[in-house]
Ligand binder design. Structure first.
Ligand code: PXP
Length: 260
């Protein structure tokens, strides 16, 4: 199992003071040394954390492949094409592009997404689409030239948090709050099953399959054990843990869990 470490939250801390420290560039060597396989960053349209100069320096200096998450906004796609990271992962940034706070609606926005995929592929950048574990959406992904899908694990992570931890919800949906433990346990198993079946479905459709969002040291193992998922992208929990043990140890601990 490969680990992409999302380092956006280092830039979140920097932007809290609008100064130069901490610099996400300093994470590159540490993630590599700790056994991470990929650097993931999100160049958002509002540049709330990673800014253009970060993205440029990270792509130029990383010894690990760089996976850039981005919206389908043509201006952003042009920037990604000029930076030439190893991969672009298209993600929803606006409510219109999402289904129920989840992944890209590749059916409704097929033309726009397909245009973005084509442009990136023409520039020799691999493309992944961040989607809900949903067969119809995954089928639509397979109709594009995308190489990969990243399955949104947020729903699974939320239910896990409600059942087993005192963590606050990672998402906005609180409709599960009134459910009993038995119902939540069933829902967790359903959510995990949907991820696993979607991974099998995606692989059969010719796509590589990654997963991510809301994964942490407690909930990650069950997802890491899914055979057809080859990569996990994890940010918040690793950067949060690094406050206590340092980034290198935080990445090492995650690597150990997902490869055990
Ligand atoms: N994968 C994608 C496509 C994402 O948008 C994010 C969040 O930036 C992540 C993975 C990482 O999520 P988290 O920070 O919850 O680990």
């Amino acid at each position: 199992m490969l680990l992409g470490v999302n380092i956006d939250h280092i830039a979140v801390l920097r932007e809290a003071r609008k100064i130069n420290d901490p610099d996400p560039l300093d994470a590159l060597g540490i993630v590599k040394r700790a056994g991470g396989d990929q650097i993931t960053i999100h160049l958002r349209e509002d540049r709330r954390h990673i800014v253009d100069s970060d993205a440029k320096k990270i792509v130029q200096n990383s010894q690990l492949p760089v996976n850039m998450e981005c919206s389908i906004n043509p201006e952003i796609i042009d920037i990604i094409c000029s930076l030439k990271p190893h991969r672009a992962t298209l993600v929803p940034e606006k409510r219109e592009e999402v289904t129920t706070e989840g992944g890209l609606d590749v059916i409704k926005y097929f033309t726009e997404i397909n245009d973005a995929v084509k442009k990136l592929k023409d520039n020799e950048i691999d493309v992944s689409l961040f989607v809900d574990p949903d067969f119809e959406i995954i089928s639509a992904c397979a109709d594009t030239e995308a190489d990969m899908i990243e399955l949104h694990t947020g729903a699974y992570a939320n239910i896990y948090a409600m059942l087993y931890t005192n963590l606050r919800f990672t998402h906005h949906s609180i409709k599960e709050l009134e459910l009993s433990r038995k119902e939540l346990t069933e829902k967790l198993s359903t959510a995990l099953g949907e991820i696993e079946n979607s991974a099998i479905y995606g692989k059969k459709a010719g796509l590589e399959v990654a997963a991510g969002h809301g994964l942490n040291y407690q909930n990650v193992k069950a997802v890491a054990d899914i055979e057809d998922i080859i990569e996990l992208n994890i940010g918040q929990s690793i950067i949060a843990r690094s406050v206590w043990v340092g980034l290198e140890e935080a990445v090492r601990e995650m690597v150990k869990i997902i490869r055990s």
